[in-house]
Write a protein that binds this ligand. Structure first.
Ligand code: DX5
Ligand code: ZN
Length: 220
């Protein structure tokens, strides 16, 4: 069994106390920190930008898993790489014409590249890119907001990506994002997922460490 990584999303953190909110999950054993960047165009919400990522970089050692929910992400790769991102994930729906170029640019920066698909986007739309990326993100809610309900049908796509990766001998991170709790974490892991993004479940929990542990397979 491959190691399962937990990536709390700061979207559900208390932004007034961002530093302690980040250090809280780090201390509780989080593996990556998931940062949701939204532009009000690709999704109907606006969240975090480059200066915040820059500031976060200074106060944590956790790898920053930056999820760009923005149109034409190619224009912001250098800025988010300079800000200290370790992984940058872009949506295929946001860069249909230049996805390959966008991924190449991320890789040129010597950081990990991810490609994401929304709940209604089929795996075939990213098949030609999978060999180029380090991470495939399967959105299990419509991107835009935390606290939504997990869409189970998306796991079929996680399985498809896992089978494809196995056949091709690719060492891939497969991440589910949205509506993750102990039950949907288990379902995700069973479908071949090895990175779990969890926002509200981790940040609303009274005991952060217990919440993070409850998403890992051995704790069950
Ligand atoms: C949604 C974001 C998710 C979100 C997850 O657009 O990409 O990362 O914060 O939040 P929960 O875990 O609350 O669904
Ligand atoms: Zn996200």
């Amino acid at each position: 069994m491959k190691e399962i990584l937990i990536a709390p999303s700061i979207l559900s953190a208390d932004f007034v106390n961002l530093q302690s909110e980040i250090q809280k999950v780090e201390k509780a054993g989080a593996d990556w920190l998931h940062v949701d960047v939204m532009d009000g165009r690709f999704v109907p919400n606006i969240t975090i930008g480059v200066p915040v990522v820059q500031s976060i970089r200074k106060i944590t050692k956790m790898p920053l898993d930056v999820h760009l929910m923005i149109v034409e992400p190619i224009n912001f790769i250098n800025a988010f790489a300079d800000a200290g991102s370790d992984i940058i994930t872009v949506h295929v729906e946001a860069c249909i014409d230049n996805a390959r170029k966008t991924i190449d640019l991320i890789k040129q920066r010597n950081i990990k590249a991810g490609i994401s698909i929304k709940p209604n986007t089929p795996v075939k739309d990213i098949k030609h890119l999978v060999e180029q990326v380090d991470l495939v993100q399967i959105m299990t809610v419509e991107p835009g907001f935390g606290g939504q309900e997990f869409m189970g049908h998306c796991l079929e796509k996680a399985r498809e990506v896992r089978d494809f990766a196995q056949k091709q001998g690719l060492n891939l991170y497969i991440e589910t994002d949205g509506g993750i709790n102990p039950e949907t974490a288990k379902q995700s892991i069973d479908a071949g997922v090895n990175v779990l993004v969890a926002g509200s479940y981790v940040y609303k929990a009274p005991d952060t460490q217990e919440a993070i542990n409850s998403l890992r397979p051995i704790a069950r």
